[in-house]
Design a protein. Structure first.
Length: 364
């Protein structure tokens, strides 16, 4: 009710058929993240997984076929250049949703713009993992590893830029090297395994290529920096946990997404300096601050230009907490009810409750 004369009703209506494209690093999880708002909003989806991990999503579809009505969740497979492009160009698609690289994100945004339809994009990252000298030491070491080694570093919000305060820098590096050496790289069926294979040989070669770029720029390999090839690991695309030290924020390895278990460690002196370096990036997806000073935690978390800042933790991705990026890390938020704004159309029904004409046109 606007006043005694007018009533305004706002309705949410399904947007229609959504085209959704997801990457290979979390295929099952991404299917759930993308499907949930489709079902909640009353939409349908044509879903395209990565050609490298199609079986995971096809199994997800098989498991849900008795629950989800026919036609609501349809999966197409194939290469991005063919099946993906078909989805981007199809005239009946009313919205696009994409998770993947920033480079491909441009193509998705362009396709949506040409059809004047909305797009949500969860793209790349080069997130800052910031350690002050008053951090809880054990939690910080755990957070360093969770930030860059989880899922073999193949995480868009990975804490790949590690900023360490100068007063603890040497101690931090020494302890980090020790703990990285202790990480168990192995086969996925081995219960002792803490880090498995990269997705394929091509991705491993890309990671190793960045190691060489870093060394050419002046970075030093404190540990790792090479493939893990002991025993049966030689048959796969395994990478050793890697720390690049003596780095600066302008190096390519500090600015470009490596997408592997490679942390670039950068020294900082004070709060203002680290905030400036953290924001000196085209990305803004994740990040963390490690300190026991809650006021500093809030100052830094608010000042860093990113969609998610963890405090004294990393890579926690619960429901009800919105996830998404600033800058070239994307548009829109997931894992929160606000995503429904992107999967519905808002209709306004405006009712005149009076019996009198408007009076705009005079009567004779």
């Amino acid at each position: 009710m606007i006043d005694e004369k007018y009533l305004s009703i706002i309705l949410r209506e399904p947007i229609g058929v959504v085209g959704q494209i997801v990457p290979w690093n979390f295929p099952f999880c991404m299917a759930a993240w993308k499907l949930a708002p489709v079902l909640a909003a009353g939409d349908c989806t044509v879903f395209k997984p990565s050609s490298a991990t199609s079986l995971s999503v096809l199994e997800f579809a098989r498991m849900t076929k008795e629950i989800i009505p026919a036609g609501v969740f349809q999966v197409i497979t194939g290469s991005g250049g063919k099946a993906g492009q078909y989805l981007l160009d199809h005239p009946d698609i009313r919205k696009l949703a994409f998770t993947g690289s920033t480079e491909v994100g441009y193509s998705v945004a362009e396709a949506a713009a040409k059809k004047l339809i909305p797009a949500t994009l969860e793209l790349g990252g080069k997130s800052a993992n910031i350690f002050f000298d008053d951090c809880n030491w054990e939690k910080a070491m755990d957070g360093l590893q969770l930030g860059i080694l989880f899922n073999q570093g193949q995480v868009c919000c990975a804490g790949s830029r590690v900023f360490v305060q100068d007063t603890i820098y040497d101690k931090f590096i020494a302890e980090a090297v020790k703990r990285f050496h202790q990480v168990k790289v192995g086969m996925p069926w081995d219960p002792a395994t803490q880090m498995g294979s990269q997705i394929n040989e091509g991705q491993l070669k890309k990671i190793l290529g960045y190691i060489e770029i870093g060394k050419a720029e002046g970075a030093k390999v404190a540990c790792g920096g090479e493939r893990a090839a002991e025993g049966d690991l030689a048959k796969g695309a395994f990478m050793k946990p890697t720390l690049l030290v003596d780095c600066n924020n302008r190096m390519r390895v500090a600015q470009e997404e490596i997408f592997g278990p490679v942390a670039v460690v950068i020294k900082f002196h004070d709060e203002d300096e680290v905030i400036a370096m953290a924001n000196d990036s085209e990305y803004g997806l994740g990040g963390a601050v490690w300190t026991q000073d809650i006021n500093r935690a809030f100052r830094v978390a608010r000042a860093v230009e990113t969609g998610r800042m963890w405090v004294n933790t990393y890579n926690q991705l619960p429901e009800k907490a919105p996830f998404g990026g600033y800058k070239k890390s994307g548009i829109g938020r997931e894992t929160h009810k606000m995503i429904l704004d992107n999967y519905t159309q808002k209709k306004n029904i405006f009712i005149d409750l009076t019996d009198a004409p408007s009076g705009f046109y005079p009567t004779t």
